[in-house]
Design a protein around this ligand. Structure first.
Ligand code: SF4
Length: 528
């Protein structure tokens, strides 16, 4: 079996979904090979002599070895100007490589002028014409080598982001043509979202042998044991937890000063109440790994992979899991998403988090207006949010605050309250993410809204709608550009945001290479 992570996604850490599949397969003694075609593909395009000879591109190509070396060490993260130059130059090289294919390509971007990743007919077209894909020279050679050496009977793709979709189908089309006998399996977060749409019908029959929604471990294992499965399948997922296995991934080669270890403590969301939340709309259940296993996994993985940073991937790390990590620190700095709860209003709780290695928390504040928060059922109280931000600042934990503009209960007055809240707490906010609200097409709330008939494609996950207060995207953009972002206190926060890699690289700007975290004994001695 070969498991493939296709381009394009931020190449800063190994793909967690593939590591989980490897863990499950290895646990059952099943051999698999792994190909991070995203990292390899991007590097192959970056290292190819540029087709354009303009000054910027030529200079970027000359500096490429230096840029790559600085992003793979602490150099770039200790010098903001150097970091930004490196990212800009790498993006330039990618952009120029793909320009003739009518594609806007970047380190985290793949946009075709004509083909949409939200239209199944366009994805099938990408599969029918793999040679039109800018990664074709790379993946043709690499896949042929792998097919020859591994002789796989199954090739699985982990498709998580829209920016991966057209390349995934180009690779699928190539494999279908070159080795029609190999079973092709498509899973990952984006595939799951497609399949969770109501009235889902598989548009990829004859191209993809199996589509998998949710964690793919159980499905792949059953596919190997039970021969002759066919068609679009969604198998019941067991609660078996397999420790992720990163041994087959080039964990030291990603764009980071050292290995980042991604790890999920849970799937779904323990809160699961926010209206308009895609996670909730998809009906994904909350499943948390038992705390004892989490601690043992982290200690084992830290010993084996020697990461410089742990990225906790949960939609929201529950307070009980945060407490457990505080009591049993993994010995390496960590960061992740947390809800703003009363726990963070306790200075001792924040200090314990800091001592355990927490360098940054991503917080979904969404709005600085209490009526909006209540209407969205965020379960966030602004007084608590204020206290949490101050405590985290005092404890030395950076915050990456997420704001959402244009939700149905928000209008200009409420958006201005968000501006006031951010300004008032500007010295406690490390980084800001500003997003404009999208209405999930399949959520219960969409039924109550006046939605537009226009949609990008049959695989769209969002729909446009008539905002009840007339607070449409154009007005929101105007407010953000002319008012919100122009406030000097906010502008200085926004300037700190690492371009392209944003929250994935932000922790490196608030920690240093000497970060060392005490490690306390785990719950019990581990067997292996
Ligand atoms: S906390 Fe986040 S993931 Fe959980 S329900 Fe709210 S928006 Fe969704």
């Amino acid at each position: 079996m070969i498991l493939i992570y296709p381009p394009v996604a931020k190449p800063c850490e190994p793909p967690a979904g593939i590591a989980k599949l490897c863990g499950a397969l290895n646990h059952h003694g099943i051999k698999c090979s792994v190909l991070d075609a995203n990292l390899e593909g991007l590097l192959s395009l970056l290292k190819a002599p540029p087709v354009s000879s303009d000054t910027w591109t030529s200079r970027a190509f000359r500096h490429l070895p230096r840029h790559l070396a600085s992003l793979n060490s602490w150099d770039a993260y200790q010098d903001d100007g150097r970091y930004r130059r490196a990212i800009k130059d790498l993006d330039r090289l990618l952009e120029m490589t793909a320009r003739s294919s009518r594609i806007r390509l970047g380190l985290a971007n793949y946009q075709h002028e004509e083909l949409s990743p939200a239209r199944s007919t366009d994805l099938v077209r990408a599969a029918e014409n793999p040679e039109d894909n800018p990664f074709y020279p790379y993946f043709r050679k690499r896949l042929m080598e792998l097919l020859k050496s591994e002789q796989p009977s199954i090739v699985g793709f982990s498709l998580n982001y829209l920016s991966q979709a057209l390349c995934t189908f180009a690779m699928i089309g190539f494999l279908k043509r070159e080795c029609p006998g190999v079973k092709l399996v498509l899973g990952g977060g984006l595939t799951t979202s497609w399949m969770r749409r109501p009235h889902w019908q598989n548009p990829f029959k004859g191209l993809v042998d199996h589509l998998v929604a949710g964690p793919g471990e159980t499905f792949l294992l059953s596919l190997i044991d039970v021969k002759g499965l066919s068609g679009c399948s969604e198998r019941p997922v067991g609660n078996d937890h397999y420790r992720p296995d990163y041994d087959s991934l080039p964990i030291r080669d990603y764009f980071a000063p050292g290995p980042i270890l991604p790890y999920s403590l849970s799937s779904g969301c323990y809160w699961n109440r926010c209206s308009f939340c895609p996670e909730r709309a998809e009906g994904n259940p909350y499943i948390a790994i038992p705390v004892e296993e989490v601690i043992l996994d982290l200690l084992h993985l830290v010993d084996r992979q020697k990461p410089v940073l742990i990225h906790l991937l949960d939609n929201a790390i529950s307070p009980s899991l945060m407490k457990a990590i505080s009591e049993h620190p993994p010995g390496v700095p960590w960061y992740g998403f947390a809800r703003i709860t009363r726990h963070l209003t306790d200075p001792d709780f924040c200090l314990a988090l800091k001592r355990s290695g927490c360098v940054m928390l991503k917080l979904g504040l969404e709005s600085g207006d209490q009526t909006v928060l209540d209407d969205l059922q965020k379960g966030v109280n602004l007084e608590e949010a204020s206290s949490a931000l101050k405590n985290l600042k005092k404890a030395g934990i950076a915050t990456y605050v997420y704001l959402l503009f244009g939700t149905p209960p928000e209008g200009l007055i409420e958006a201005r309250r968000t501006l006031e809240f951010v300004v008032k707490h500007h010295d406690c906010i490390g980084f800001l993410n500003l997003a404009i609200f999208n209405l999930p097409i399949y959520g219960p709330e969409a039924q109550q809204m006046e939605t537009k008939t226009f949609y990008e494609g049959d695989l769209s996950l969002y729909t446009s709608f008539d905002h009840p207060k007339g607070w449409n995207r154009q007005l929101i953009r105007q407010f953000l550009d002319k008012e919100f972002k122009r406030h000097s206190a906010i502008a200085s926060i926004l300037r700190r945001d690492p371009p392209v890699f944003t929250s994935n690289h932000a922790p490196f700007f608030v920690m240093n290479s000497k970060h060392s975290i005490p490690r306390l004994p785990p719950f019990s001695k581990e067997g292996n």
